[in-house]
Ligand binder design. Structure first.
Ligand code: IMP
Ligand code: MG
Length: 179
């Protein structure tokens, strides 16, 4: 697994420090309110777990899974819900937690759907952001790291379901997905 990584972009320690920092901001912003974290499967699960652990306010969690039709390194924007939330979100304060904001098509679709269900507020928190690749008109309120347009894996992010368990974010050697 490690031999497929060209370089480490963000270390485990940097991820942990940034997660703590974001959690502190979120805890402050939502003080006195009850936060519902919406974790986007699968990529966002690791960050959501780490972020939630650092929150000092009441928070609960729901999971949503979507499929995006595209090839394995680019999403097409055609999205379908594969696993929906288990509860009504009317009047709730939602924080959508994602691994990466890339074209933004996936998150734009998810937030539009959740908006129609009457949430009180919706914000997005992503650990990684690729601003150069944005296609949808969407931004995250809480961003961990802006990264260049390179295909990354680790800390929940996969290529072909592999590498999610790497504790850091690394750049995959291009020959792996060009094979
Ligand atoms: P978007 O709809 O283009 O913003 O893409 C969102 C999804 O594509 C993310 O949730 C990831 O699952 C996947 N994705 C985008 N860029 C990368 C990457 O560099 N590595 C791994 N997955 C990625
Ligand atoms: Mg994902």
């Amino acid at each position: 697994m490690l031999e497929d990584i060209a370089k480490v972009l963000i270390t485990k320690e940097e991820l942990a420090a940034k997660t703590k920092e974001l959690a502190a901001r979120i805890s402050q912003d939502y003080q006195g309110r009850e936060l519902l974290i919406v974790s986007v499967l699968k990529g966002g699960f690791m960050f959501a777990a780490d972020l939630m652990r650092e929150l000092t306010i009441d928070a609960s969690i729901e999971f949503i899974a979507v499929s995006s039709y595209g090839n394995s390194t680019r999403s097409s924007g055609a999205v379908q819900i594969m696993k929906d939330l288990d509860r009504d979100i009317k009047g709730m304060d939602l924080l959508i937690v994602e691994d990466i904001l890339d074209s933004g098509l996936t998150l734009s679709y998810i937030s539009k759907i959740l908006e129609t269900r009457g949430a009180n507020s919706i914000r997005i928190c992503t650990i990684l952001n690729k601003p150069e690749r944005r296609k949808a008109d969407i931004d995250a309120h809480y961003i961990g790291f802006d990264i260049p347009d390179e295909f990354v894996v680790g800390y929940g992010l996969d290529y072909s379901e592999k590498y999610r368990n790497l504790p850091f974010v690394g750049v995959l050697k291009p020959y792996i997905y060009q094979k």
